[in-house]
Ligand binder design. Structure first.
Ligand code: HEM
Length: 179
């Protein structure tokens, strides 16, 4: 499979970043909600170690993906024959997904920096962990998580609609199945 995209399908680099990010986001949502609901600080710090490392990795992957699109590769055009409003909705959801990821990562890093929790989560300093809700970025992180879930649901629903209702094999463009 070529590294760069063609008019028919995404290239290997875009496909790899897409599926790694999708899996990582699921892990981030599960670990984030789990951590937020925990009382035991030792277990919570262990989960936050994984959560924060994965979050920073997703941030770096997303920045690499933006650079890849801007400087190297070109996205395949919209699927032919769909109404204009669906093209606009698809581009809007894709753009908002990027934005939501950047905001989640930014608010997460700001939350750690302002609260000083990095020393406990990463530096081995004794707890207790701070109450993150006392720091403003925590509000953005909570709302952003909800918005991200809505965007991911819309994105997956649209892909499944193409694949199973329109039967246009859209998923093959992202490396799943025969085109
Ligand atoms: C980039 C994608 C990220 C996603 C999708 C994500 C997702 C989440 C979710 C769903 C929660 C629970 C929110 C709630 O209960 O309302 C959460 C909590 C948290 N996240 Fe993230 N996160 C991301 C990145 C980060 C990063 C980069 C950091 C820090 C470096 C971070 C630090 C935290 C912390 C400290 C909490 C716990 C807050 C608490 O206990 O109240 N997150 N995250």
């Amino acid at each position: 499979m070529p590294l760069k995209s063609t008019p028919q399908r995404y290239g290997a680099v875009a496909i790899a970043i897409h599926w790694i990010t999708a899996l990582a986001l699921l892990g981030l949502l599960v670990s984030g909600f789990r951590a937020a609901g925990m009382e035991d600080d030792v277990a919570k710090a262990a989960i936050l170690r994984i959560h924060t490392a994965t979050g920073v990795a997703v941030l770096l992957l997303t920045l690499a993906r933006i650079l890849w699109w801007v400087a190297v590769d070109r996205k395949p055009p919209h699927v032919a024959g769909q109404p204009r409003w669906q093209e606009i909705a698809s581009s809007a959801v894709h753009g908002l997904l990027y934005l939501a990821i950047l905001l989640m990562a930014g608010s997460g890093i700001a939350m750690m920096a302002l609260s000083g929790a990095g020393d406990i989560v990463w530096g081995g300093a004794p707890g207790p962990l701070p109450d993150f809700t006392r720091f403003a970025p925590r509000t953005g992180h909570g709302i952003g998580a909800f918005v991200l879930i809505l965007l991911m649901l819309a994105h997956v629903a649209a892909a499944l609609y193409h694949q199973f209702v329109l039967r246009d094999r859209l998923l093959a463009r992202m490396g799943l199945g025969r085109s």
